[in-house]
Design a protein around this ligand. Structure first.
Ligand SMILES: [Zn+2]
Length: 343
């Protein structure tokens, strides 16, 4: 009898312990990405669309016009070319009719999304800062992207990865996209923009100068001074054009490596690699259609479309992928995209 009442007591205690107490606050670390409603740690700073200072691609209002002019009704007057209030769609390409019915209400599950997503597309934004990137995409061009990577390495997530963002045409259904804050690549005789953005300090080192016309740049790190990872602009040939570009900041590479490692872990079909030729060298142009159709991994916008040159000749593919493989192989506790409930 005594034994039974002890067991009963233990059972009741367990029952109460397993019920979450009301008003319990579950803090986030600030490094989580949102994937089909679940949180995954990345080991680098992520500001989601739900956080203060975030960029919310679910809102139909324009973000940077005066509030009274921002509604969808006012937006289509100013932008009649905008197709619909939302700047994203459903990833329906690989789904059966039954699966489409299931997810059109919003209810993606992780295995279905893992089956759908197999590419991570890298862009530069030609806006220079994430704030201006969101302004151009959301308010002016009726486009969207899952992530924006600012100069200081802060990553903004604007949508759940279940959404089909509008960033890379035929790869939208199967890909995740990131816009990296960088002024882009130019012909060797057309470096006026680069000369404005990259000025030389007293030691002759380049320092990023954000033009005043962009207003408060809203860089997350206070008093951040941005410098390219390499002092001289990098020359290279993309899509058959000779181009010049300054490299990303070291903070951007560090953050991108961690995010990419997390994505390659959460989405096993995204291989930690970039498009290479038979000699193992990076392919600096659009992939042939059949090769693109079969490609699963990290790639540039110029691998998808002939009319694009981003992420440009300065983008260091080897540095990214080496860094990612080191993290994935190392099975570190700090990174590697463990569900946030796992300690
Ligand atoms: Zn692009």
């Amino acid at each position: 009898m005594r034994k039974i009442s002890l067991l009963l007591f233990a059972a009741i205690t367990l029952l109460f312990a397993s019920c979450a107490a009301p008003r319990t606050f579950v803090p986030r670390k600030g490094d989580e990405i949102v994937v089909a409603g679940q949180l995954f740690h990345t080991g680098t700073k992520i500001v989601t669309w739900m956080d203060p200072g975030g960029y919310d691609a679910y809102r139909v209002e324009r973000r940077f016009v005066p509030y009274e002019q921002s509604s969808w009704a006012e937006t289509i007057k100013a932008k009649p070319e905008f197709g619909a209030p939302n700047r994203y769609g459903l990833r329906f390409a690989k789904l059966s009719p039954e699966e489409i019915e299931r997810v059109r209400g919003g209810g993606w599950d992780l295995p279905l999304l893992q089956r759908t997503v197999d590419q991570f597309v890298i862009h530069y934004d030609v806006c220079g800062i994430a704030k201006q990137c969101f302004n151009i995409l959301h308010d002016h061009r009726d486009l969207s992207v899952h992530f924006m990577l600012d100069l200081d390495g802060t990553i903004y997530q604007t949508l759940d990865l279940k959404e089909r963002a509008y960033h890379a045409t035929i790869s939208n259904h199967r890909s995740i996209g990131i816009e990296i804050a960088n002024m882009g690549a130019y012909g060797p005789n057309d470096t006026k923009t680069l000369d404005t953005w990259y000025q030389r300090d007293a030691n002759g080192k380049p320092v990023i100068q954000i033009p005043e016309k962009l207003g408060d740049p809203l860089i997350h790190t206070k008093n951040f001074v941005g410098r390219p990872a390499r002092d001289e602009p990098v020359r290279g040939v993309i899509q058959g054009q000779e181009l010049v570009q300054y490299d990303l900041t070291p903070q951007q590479y560090a953050a991108l490596i961690k995010l990419t490692a997390a994505l390659c872990t959460v989405f096993p079909q995204i291989k930690a690699d970039y498009p290479r030729d038979t000699a193992g060298k990076e392919i600096p142009h659009k992939l042939p259609d059949d090769q693109l159709a079969n490609y699963q991994g990290v790639l540039g916008h110029y691998h998808v479309q002939t009319n694009k040159t981003d992420p440009g000749p300065a983008f260091d593919w080897e540095k990214l992928i080496k860094g990612v493989r080191k993290l994935i192989g190392g099975a570190s506790e700090a990174v590697g995209a463990k569900p946030s409930s796992a300690k």
